[in-house]
Ligand binder design. Sequence first.
Ligand code: FAD
Ligand code: NAI
Length: 468
Amino acid sequence: MAEQDFDYDVLVIGAGPGGYVAAIRAAQLGLRTACAESRDTLGGTCLNVGCIPSKALLHGSELFEEAAHGHFATWGIKAQVELDLDAMQAEKRKAVGELTGGIEFLFKKNKVTWLKGHAAFEGAHTVRVGDQTVSARDIVIATGSSVTPLPGVPVDNEKLRIVDSTGALALPEVPDHLVVIGGGVIGLELGSVWRRLGARVTVVEYLDQLLPGMDGDVRKEAAKIFRKQGMELRLATKVTGAREGENGVTLTLEPAAGGTQETLEASHVLVAIGRRPHTEGLNLDSIGLATNSRGQIETDHDFRTAVDGVWAIGDVVPGPMLAHKAEDEGIAVAENIAGQTGIVNHAVIPSVVYTSPEIAGVGLTEEEAKANGHAVKVGKFPMMANSRAKANRDTDGFVKVIAEADSDRVLGVWIINSLAGTMIAQAAQAMEFGATSEDIAYTCHAHPTHSEALKEAAMAVQGKPIHI
Ligand code: FAD
Ligand code: NAI
């Protein structure tokens, strides 16, 4: 088909952070662009049922806890506090509506056509969307991910008794006892929301530590802090079944290594054991595109799949399932399609858990660095010794800098403290520029700020922090 005979230059399937960003960038680069999305609103998992509603509830519940049981009293502020959960949920919906509506506005502004409906391939350049068939020179698959089910524990987000993250974001009442299956990011964020609002929360995690993939010191510290906050942690334990009664659920638990079974009563259960790539109904067979053993679509460095003219980005391809990773891939794939050079440095993708304190990291963990054969020097600085944290009575956590022993190049930074999600950006930028720990140590940081803890941790790599 001649170039001008295609309906579009670029068709993106999926309007999550990967897809909508790819579509906008492609249009900015002068390409005739459409984006197919089957949801009623744009923004994908992240804006509709992920990052945004979870952060809204984390913020609201943190304010509630501060006022009801937290720092208000410490600072001599006396308040009578009452929870209006309906109002909190309404505010969350308002934030989601504003942001998803914002993407619709950006599509109009950039002249991206939204094709409403489910897309399925008919050929490498043709896709059926709803009742129309459209053609495009290049097609980007950005169909994201969906919840991994747990056999024996069936999720029902209508009944709202055994739920996944989408259900857990929409509970109309505070659970008496929420059992979270999976001590990963979703379990800890949404577990924190409901604990702060008054639920008893038990986290059942298969591994012997929370938060797989994060630095070992951070994982240990996180478990200590969450326990101090009142979360019950059942590590190295698996759930083998669930029986739903009238007012709750009886779960069967067993040590991960096998052994004696026990039961645990829950009023509500959140299944949060991971997400898997979403390619259902895409009809990939029709273009001869196979997924790998993990259900992901493999691509090369430029995000090209094995089929000419078909590209893939975001949660559906290998790598961390994070919105900002998907967005960066969205920009890069559009630039590559337009003949420019779009690159994502997958070695420097920060990740953040938005609990209180926040937990963030970028680059290698100490364990990974050593396993990769690096001799490392590590600097650690506790928030207890940071003047701003001390003044704010906010001293949980630390900053850890991991540098290569010979070159002093920073290999990874891990932070657990109230502002970790904001502070990690500096570490990511430093690593992107190939910084040494000395570069961070000799960068002037404003006083008094939590960020000084990063400077001091960098100084500690050479054994010379000032304040410890
Ligand atoms: P998605 O956002 O999943 O979007 C894919 C879109 O494609 C969907 O809208 C879907 O309807 C559509 N689609 C799929 N198939 C078709 C088809 N055949 N035709 C038409 N449309 C189709 N990440 C962070 O970085 N920070 C966070 O704070 C964060 N919080 C999260 C909280 C929760 C509760 C969850 C569940 C996830 C969170 N994430 C977070 C992860 C983040 O949401 C994902 O990494 C991100 O949304 C991936 O973007 P994507 O564009 O690849 O896919
Ligand atoms: P996860 O991979 O973070 O955690 C799942 C946890 O469940 C792991 O600790 C795992 O060991 C455990 N597990 C697996 N099977 C189990 C079983 N049978 N019994 C008990 N525990 C079991 O996945 P999660 O929390 O579901 O989140 C999915 C993805 O969504 C994350 O990987 C992340 O990429 C993304 N996300 C990102 C957020 C952020 O950036 N702040 C917030 C929420 C989600």
